[in-house]
Ligand binder design. Structure first.
Ligand SMILES: Nc1ncnc2c1ncn2[C@@H]1O[C@H](COP(=O)(O)OP(=O)(O)OP(=O)(O)O)[C@@H](O)[C@H]1O
Ligand SMILES: [Mg+2]
Length: 455
């Protein structure tokens, strides 16, 4: 996309300017010629329709070629981007050579499709020059004969020769300008395609105030599938009373994180109803809905910037005191203080200068600081050690009492104390109840628990 915009910039920077100059040249000099020697002037205009007809014809043939060039450039750029962010994997699997070959191949593809386009466009520019040369010679000859026969003044003839050059030679640049224009059109198409991509999630009309939200969440017969996949969630029903905690357990890939994505309306459910305080979330203003939810997602993401900026990310101008308080709840304060610049330490792109567990605790502090009526912890403590996790649990217990909380965890000790636990298996809720009840049932949950406590 960046490259497409650059292409457009190149055209607007020079091409657009040249077109304006050409237009004014043709207008003024062409007008003067028509005035001085109308019959001869017609020859000067002869190349202009050829140039336009030619460019329309070439445009049709060139457009798909230039589109292909832009697509290949896009592929190459995204490959580079992917390689840079996956550098640790590439190095650890010693795939440098293999990646280099792949990159080379894509680079050659780009070169090849550019060659094909240039082959065609380079036939276009000589065509224009040829038409211009023809007009030029015609004016020289016809004007020359007329002067010979004394039907044209010598003075007028020399003026014509001089002015024809002023008119026609600038026209030769038109070939390049039109070529640039066609390249830009391919770029514009791609940009517009993206802008025109319909936004599937429609915003709701009901405005809500975060402070008025109690946090009762109901999933009623919710079904969902990702595009082109089988049903991921089947007939999901549960209710979370306000200020209570729901634990979600299930094997990997069973659909736990998907439930969260539906609640946040990253995707919409196929059918069924999800409500917040009795109102369908599809009716609620999207920003308002998301303001009500503090999420620590499974893949923690930190932005390039300081620790403090990252924690403050979801809140409006929080004080340092509040930031420290949230960090203490997330058991992050101690390690942050030990970083070289404390809260001002830069975390690097995606937080790569911190450890996995440190990143996770900063993400947790960020969610705690947001102080929303609904808190969602999707494997939020999976990367920290057991001891730290127990400390986090303890400090979180106070704030989870005051809000609706959803906790997803493989480590069952994390959700043991939840008010209700649902067990998901292949997209279906197969068990639900409190920890003790589920143990008594002696089914999936009990099996998972026994494995973890080592029975
Ligand atoms: N964006 C997506 N497009 C298509 N399929 C997806 C997408 N995200 C997840 N899935 C599929 O949906 C299923 C449920 O994924 P989900 O992330 O909800 O699992 P999970 O229960 O959170 O697993 P885990 O414990 O590993 O986090 C998986 O089979 C997964 O392959
Ligand atoms: Mg998940």
């Amino acid at each position: 996309m960046n490259d497409d915009i650059n292409q457009l910039e190149r055209f607007l920077d020079q091409g657009a300017n040249q077109i304006i100059q050409l237009f004014i040249t043709v207008l003024i000099i062409g007008g003067t010629m028509l005035f001085v020697a109308p019959k001869i002037a017609l020859f000067a205009f002869f190349p202009i329709p050829i140039i336009f007809l030619g460019s329309i014809k070439f445009q049709r043939k060139l457009a798909p070629k230039y589109r292909d060039v832009r697509n290949k450039a896009g592929l190459l750029a995204s490959r580079l981007n992917n390689n840079l962010s996956g550098i640790l994997t590439i190095k650890s699997f010693t795939k440098e050579k293999w990646e280099l070959n792949r990159l080379n191949k894509e680079s050659l593809d780009y070169q090849r499709s550019n060659k094909a386009a240039i082959k065609l466009s380079s036939a276009f520019i000589p065509l224009i020059r040829f038409a211009i040369l023809f007009a030029f010679i015609a004016i020289l000859l016809i004007g020359g004969f007329q002067t010979w026969n004394k039907t044209l003044d010598v003075g007028t003839y020399s003026f014509l020769v001089f002015i024809t050059q002023r008119l026609l030679w600038p026209l030769t640049t038109l070939g390049h300008v039109l070529d640039d224009f066609q390249r830009s059109m391919a770029s514009i198409d791609r940009v517009i395609d993206l802008i025109d991509t319909p936004i599937k999630i429609k915003d709701g009309k009901i405005k809500i105030e975060v402070k008025d939200i109690k946090g009762e969440i109901i999933f009623n017969n919710v079904n969902f599938n990702y595009p082109g996949r089988d049903l991921t969630l089947k007939n999901i029903n549960f209710k979370i009373e306000n200020n209570s905690t729901l634990g979600i357990v299930g094997l990997t890939g069973s659909g736990k994180s998907t439930i969260i994505k539906l609640l946040l309306r990253i995707y919409d459910s196929n059918n069924g109803l999800i409500t917040l305080d009795g109102v369908s979330i599809k009716e609620i203003n999207l920003r308002d809905l998301r303001k009500c939810i503090s999420l620590v997602s499974q893949e923690t993401y930190l932005f390039h910037g300081s620790v403090q900026e990252n924690i403050a990310y979801g809140s409006i101008n929080p004080s340092l005191k509040d930031i420290v308080k949230a960090s203490k709840i997330a058991e992050a304060h101690k390690f942050i203080e030990q970083l070289p610049d404390g809260y001002k330490t830069i975390v690097g792109e995606r937080g790569q200068r911190l450890s996995g567990g440190q990143r996770q605790r900063i993400a947790l502090a960020r969610a705690v600081l947001k102080d929303a009526p609904i808190l969602i912890l999707d494997e939020a403590t999976a990367s920290v050690d057991n001891e730290t996790e127990a400390l986090i649990q303890k400090s979180l217990s106070k704030i989870t009492k005051e809000r609706t909380t959803i906790v997803i965890a493989h480590r069952l000790s994390t959700i043991k104390n939840a008010d209700n636990i649902v067990v998901i298996d292949k997209g279906k809720i197969v068990e639900s109840g409190k920890h003790e009840k589920l143990l008594d049932q002696n089914k999936i949950y009990a099996d998972l628990w026994n494995v973890q406590v080592g029975i």
